[in-house]
Every structure is written in structure tokens, then in C-alpha cells.
Design a protein around this ligand. Structure first.
Ligand code: HEM
Length: 500
């Protein structure tokens, strides 16, 4: 027998062995819930409990259906198979609180794909794990205290005034408010927080909008996304990265320039770049941020805040435009409070606008941007009654959207009713009944800032304009099925009339 035949035989044998091992692993993962005796729906061989490869809206819908079915079984969690990966879906709010808050040290990491070798840009606050995350969080959290946010308050107010100027200049009655909100939020984050030249309120097409868009930062095939989610070893071996080269180059050139500008000329206005450069130049090395960390995390602040806030503001205006009595009540409150403060918009004045708070809370309830948050168990974990075991390394998913739309928690949950958040009513609900920003140590670091940008934007718009539904307004709201986050499918038109 020639060497070639032996070689080919060995190759064939090795390939067969690899295929058998992979199939065996898939079989094992697929049958995990059955072996553990955890209630679950029978998963299919290729897609698990999904109907296809999509991990966007269809995945969020499947999670909601599964939660609704198994919460009736009065169990802490149920099993689900996402393609080939078993995940536990929490169906009990007490367990959700244990995972996110009480026992957060046992579930400290998010289950997100990142690739240190090929994509240092992905080593940001969202993706980092364990001690690395804790260290970075310690350095970045002070940026988001109310004291620091107060310093950038005038920048946000100025951008909101420019939003009104942009609307005035449009000189048209029917306006795409999604586009408008995206431009306002892009300018607040880029121009006034990160000191980057963006100016989308003046020129709508900007690279920031393109690169801030989820579709563009992740224009991956469904197979690539599936591998990054479920077969991380294979994804890393194929050098799959979350972020595209051109996106990295874009942020490096813009944020790099802003950092240099701050180091040499110092910006007059307060902004995050100024504060980040201060951390970069800290005396003690352990307290410093590197240049790469500044770029990666500034880009994260932009991408994490841009569409989340713009979509929330759009959903709020949509509800106000189509429910005129709520808009009227809200405008009356805003006008009354502003009158008390001599028409000056201050943080204290905003704090007094309780109905505004209720409208935003209800918007985030009806339209939760993140359908779920996830954590990975650091150790084997036993739930309280009944005793179910979460295995070390297992992904656990808290289904935010399913909880916020649960009819038992929020009767007529498809209706927009800000009164659900009246003083007293919200506190009677379980603390996990409203978690659009997650909860615990890994909850949204930009929550206060995001809510402030939305509040200032809404106050400024409602004191200058009236919003109405019109023949081009989508009823019901159309949601983008290709996005994992909840956002409008595309244009959201409302009729906008000046109050003057
Ligand atoms: C309406 C607006 C927003 C919503 C609904 C939202 C929601 C969320 C959610 C659900 C998480 C995950 C929390 C968890 O796993 O428990 C998160 C994390 C995060 N958000 Fe937001 N967010 C918003 C605005 C912002 C803004 C404006 C910024 C930055 C300026 C921001 C930056 C971040 C970061 C950096 C994380 C990761 C935190 C960590 O892992 O330590 N978000 N956000």
C-alpha cells in the first residue's frame, strides 16, 4: 500500500472522528434539559427551539412565548435551546432578582462574544469579564454620577434648542420623527459629550449615524452570527470579529483627534473626553485608562446610547401623537413647572415633572429596547423552592420584554397607560417588574444620562410643537424584524404644528 493511500485513509478517519465528536457534542447539548429534568419544549436538531437561524426579532418572540407558557408551571426557570446552545429562561421574578442583584457575584459576566486576539476594540465595558470588567467599571462609573452629568447638562439643553431650530428650518408639516430623534441624540452624544464633529441636526447624513447603526457595525451573515453565539471556539478560530475594520478606523481617527485636541488645547466646555483624558493622565498607573481603552469605550458610549435613546424618544412621541389627551396633560405639567422656574430649564425643574417620568417609564415598558439580559453562572447554583440546579458555565436569560408585557403584572399590557407608574402603584410591584435598563452591578451605566437626554428632548419639543397622527403614521407601530433590539422598522411620520 502506497504512503498516499495510508495518508488519505488517516485523513478520512480523522475527519469522520471530528464529525462524530461534533455531532455527539451537539446531541449532548440538545438533550441537556431532558437529562437535568428541567421543563422545556422539545428542540429541533438544527435550530433548537427557534424556527430558523435568525437571532433577532424571531428569537425575542420565541423567548416571550416560552416565558408565557412556563411561568404557569410555577417553576424558577425553564430550558430553551438557541440553535445548538442550551440556555435557561428565568420565569420567576425572585430568581431574576437573585441572579442580577443578590447573588450578582455568582453571575458577574454577560454572555457576549468578543475576540481579544483579532479585535481589541471589542474589549470594552460591555464585553469584559470578571476582574477586568470590575477594574474598568471602577474607572468609568464616576463619569456617570449625577454630579458629572450636571456638568454636561448645558450641552444637552443647547442641542435640544438646535433640534427646534432644525424643525423650524424643515418647513414641512409631516415629519419623520425617528430620523429627527436619531439626529438629536447623535449630536448630543457625539458633539457635546465626546467633542466629535457630527452636526447631524444641520446635515442629516453623517458617518456617525452610519457607524452608530447596529446594521452597519454588524452586517454579518446569519451563519457568522450563529457561530459567534453558539460555537465561539469555531468563530474565534475563523477570526470572526464583532466590529468591522472600517468602523474601528473611523472611531480611532475621530476619537484620537478629540483626545489630542484635549491634551493640547483643552476644550472650553466640559465633556466626557475631557474627563477621560484626565483619567488617562492620573498619577497612579492603576487608576489610568489607556488610549485604546478611551477609544473603545467612547465608541461604546456612542453605539450603546444612540439608537436606544432615539428609539425610546420616537416611541414616546408616537404614543403622544396618537393619544392627544396624554400629550395635552404632559404639556400642561411641563408648562406649569417651567413657569414656576421662570421658564428656565434646570435639573430641579425636570425632577418635578412627575407625569413626564411616568410617560417615559410607560414607554420603556411598552417598548423595552433590550428584549433580555443574560448572565453566565460562575459556579453551580441551586434555586430556592423548588430546588433546580443551574450548572457552572450555563447561560441564564432574564426575559425583560416578556416580563414588561406580562398581562398578570401589567393588565391590558398592550395599552399605553402612564398611570401604571403613579406614586405608590409602581412600588407595589415586584422590583424586577420594571427593568428596561437591567439591574445590579452590570446594569446600564448610561441610564441617568440616557433618561436626561430623552427628557430634555421631549420637554423642548412639547413646549414648541404639537404632534398629531396623520395618514402616514404607521398604526400599529411597525417594528424592525432584523434587529435584536426593539426599534421602529423605518420612518415614523407625525404631523408637527408649531405652538406659536
Ligand atoms: C433608553 C436608553 C437605554 C436603554 C434602554 C439601555 C439599556 C441597557 C441594558 C438593558 C443594558 C444591560 C444591563 C444588564 O445586563 O443588566 C445596558 C448596558 C449598558 N449601557 Fe445602556 N441603555 C440605554 C442608554 C445608554 C446610554 C445613553 C449609554 C452611554 C452613554 C449606555 C451605555 C451602556 C453600557 C456601557 C452598558 C454596559 C454596562 C456594563 O456592562 O457594565 N446605555 N443598557
Amino acid at each position: 500500500m502506497s504512503n498516499l493511500v495510508i495518508y488519505l485513509g488517516l485523513l478520512l478517519f480523522t475527519m469522520l472522528l471530528i464529525i462524530i465528536i461534533i455531532l455527539g457534542k451537539i446531541h449532548q447539548r440538545r438533550n441537556l434539559w431532558q437529562r437535568l429534568g428541567i421543563p422545556h419544549d422539545e428542540p429541533g436538531y438544527i435550530f433548537g427551539n427557534l424556527n430558523g437561524l435568525s437571532l433577532a426579532r424571531p428569537f425575542a418572540n420565541a423567548i416571550r412565548r416560552t416565558y408565557n407558557k412556563y411561568k404557569l408551571h410555577r417553576i424558577p426557570f425553564c430550558g430553551f435551546v438557541m440553535l445548538t446552545k442550551p440556555i435557561a429562561i428565568v420565569t420567576d421574578l425572585d430568581l431574576a432578582q437573585d441572579i442580577l442583584v443578590r447573588d450578582a457575584d455568582k453571575f458577574s459576566d454577560r454572555d457576549s462574544y468578543h475576540n481579544k486576539v483579532d479585535d481589541t476594540f471589542s474589549e470594552n465595558l460591555w464585553n469584559l469579564e470578571g476582574e477586568e470588567w470590575r477594574e474598568l467599571h471602577r474607572k468609568l462609573a464616576p463619569l456617570f454620577t449625577m454630579e458629572k452629568i450636571q456638568k454636561v447638562f448645558p450641552n444637552i439643553v443647547q442641542e435640544a434648542d438646535e433640534l427646534v431650530d432644525a424643525l423650524d428650518e424643515m418647513d414641512q408639516e409631516v415629519v419623520d420623527i425617528y430620523d429627527l430623534c436619531q439626529r438629536y441624540i447623535a449630536d448630543v452624544i457625539a458633539d457635546s459629550l465626546l467633542a466629535l464633529e457630527c452636526h447631524t441636526l444641520q446635515k442629516p447624513i453623517s458617518e456617525f449615524r452610519v457607524y452608530g447603526n447596529d446594521h452597519v457595525t454588524k452586517p454579518r451573515s446569519k451563519v457568522a452570527v450563529a457561530l459567534m453565539e453558539c460555537q465561539r471556539f469555531v468563530a474565534r478560530a475563523h477570526h470572526l470579529t464583532q466590529t468591522l475594520e472600517e468602523v474601528i478606523d473611523f472611531f480611532y481617527s475621530y476619537i484620537g483627534a478629540a483626545v489630542l485636541e484635549q491634551e493640547h488645547n483643552k476644550y472650553e466646555r466640559d465633556n466626557f473626553i475631557r474627563q477621560l483624558v484626565d483619567i488617562k493622565n492620573e498619577k497612579e498607573e492603576k487608576n489610568r485608562l489607556s488610549f485604546d481603552e478611551i477609544v473603545a469605550n467612547s465608541a461604546l458610549f456612542f453605539t450603546a446610547g444612540y439608537d436606544t435613546c432615539a428609539s425610546t424618544m420616537t416611541f414616546a412621541l408616537y404614543e403622544l401623537g396618537t393619544k392627544r389627551h396624554i400629550q395635552k396633560k404632559l404639556r400642561e405639567e411641563i408648562m406649569q413647572v417651567l413657569e414656576k422656574y421662570n421658564d428656565e430649564l434646570t435639573l430641579e425643574a425636570i425632577d418635578e415633572m412627575k407625569y413626564l417620568d411616568m410617560v417615559i417609564s410607560e414607554t420603556l415598558r411598552k417598548y423595552p429596547i433590550y428584549p433580555y439580559v443574560e448572565r453566565v453562572a460562575n459556579c453551580d447554583y441551586h434555586t430556592k423552592e423548588p430546588d433546580f440546579k443551574i450548572l457552572k458555565g450555563m447561560t441564564v436569560l432574564i426575559p425583560i420584554e416578556a416580563i414588561l408585557r406580562d398581562h398578570d403584572i401589567y393588565p391590558d399590557s398592550f395599552k399605553f397607560q402612564p398611570e401604571r407608574f403613579e406614586a405608590g402603584k409602581a412600588t407595589r410591584r415586584h422590583p424586577m417588574a420594571w427593568i428596561p435598563f437591567g439591574d445590579g452591578p452590570r446594569s446600564c451605566i448610561g441610564m441617568r444620562l440616557g433618561q436626561l437626554m430623552i427628557r430634555i428632548g421631549l420637554i423642548t419639543l412639547l413646549t414648541n410643537y404639537e404632534f398629531y397622527g396623520c395618514h402616514r403614521t404607521p398604526v400599529p407601530m411597525r417594528i424592525d424584524k432584523k434587529s435584536r433590539l426593539l426599534r421602529p422598522e423605518k420612518d415614523v411620520y407625525l404631523r408637527v404644528l408649531s405652538l406659536e
